[in-house]
Design a binder for this molecule. Structure first.
Ligand code: FE
Length: 228
């Protein structure tokens, strides 16, 4: 991983900015600015490491954390615990950051959290209209679509339409709540536990929970419906 990251640094610095910009397709418009920023960051990193001001091992440890240690499997464990332990669910809804920390998932970008529960009558979906604020400790880094301007704008203009595009046709009588995430407050959706899972233990239940269900753009299928 370290080697590939270093190679990426070298490759990035070799790309002329103009050529890189031409490379952007409609699907990747949101990357126009990040590409430039990432070049600046990589250049800055190289200079700081060269001058001995930054320890590259420390940087690699940080990258490793976000590549391998935080991610949606953490959130899935939180959801499965909430499904199987009513007292935990109560604590999660009352103070999500503390309840998540109970399971050991505490790091930056998750200090202030709100868990919003889906029910038969209410469905929650999360967006960050301003940028891409996302609960890293439980969901990892945000997917590309979450950062796209299309999702960020349309999730508030036409949330039902967006959900349909994700394959979720929400019944009209279900209230849809859209939560606009900020750097100060991030959200995790507590999806509904699918029917036909009474026999499943916490670990097996966690295996059913998808990242997208914790953002609210899909629901979790019952194992009998098939999750393949
Ligand atoms: Fe944001």
């Amino acid at each position: 991983m370290e080697a590939s990251r270093r190679k990426f640094l070298a490759a990035m610095s070799a790309i002329p900015v103009a050529a890189d910009a031409q490379d952007q397709t409609a699907d990747h418009q949101h990357q126009l600015v990040p590409a430039d920023i990432s070049l600046r960051v990589k250049s800055l990193e190289s200079v700081l490491v060269e001058k001995g001001l930054v320890d590259s091992a420390a940087l690699d440890a940080l990258v490793d954390t976000y590549e391998n240690k935080v991610g949606p499997r953490n959130g899935a464990k939180v959801v499965a615990r909430a499904w199987t332990d009513p007292a935990y669910k109560k604590r999660l809804v009352a103070d999500a950051a503390s309840a998540i920390a109970e399971l050991g998932f505490l790091s930056t970008q998750g200090e202030h959290m709100l868990a919003v529960e889906n029910t038969a009558k209410v469905h929650n979906v999360v967006v960050c209209t301003l940028c891409s604020c996302y609960p890293w400790p439980v969901l990892g880094l945000p997917p590309v679509w979450y950062k796209s301007s299309a999702y960020r704008s349309r999730a508030v203009i036409d949330p039902r339409g967006v959900l349909k595009e994700f394959g979720l046709d929400l019944p009209e009588d279900v209230e849809l709540r859209v939560w606009d995430s900020t750097a100060e407050l991030r959200y995790i959706v507590l999806p509904q536990r699918p029917v036909g899972t009474d026999h499943m233990d916490e670990e097996a239940l966690a295996g059913l929970v998808t990242r997208n269900s914790m953002v609210g753009v899909e629901t979790i299928k019952s194992p009998s419906e098939g999750t393949r």
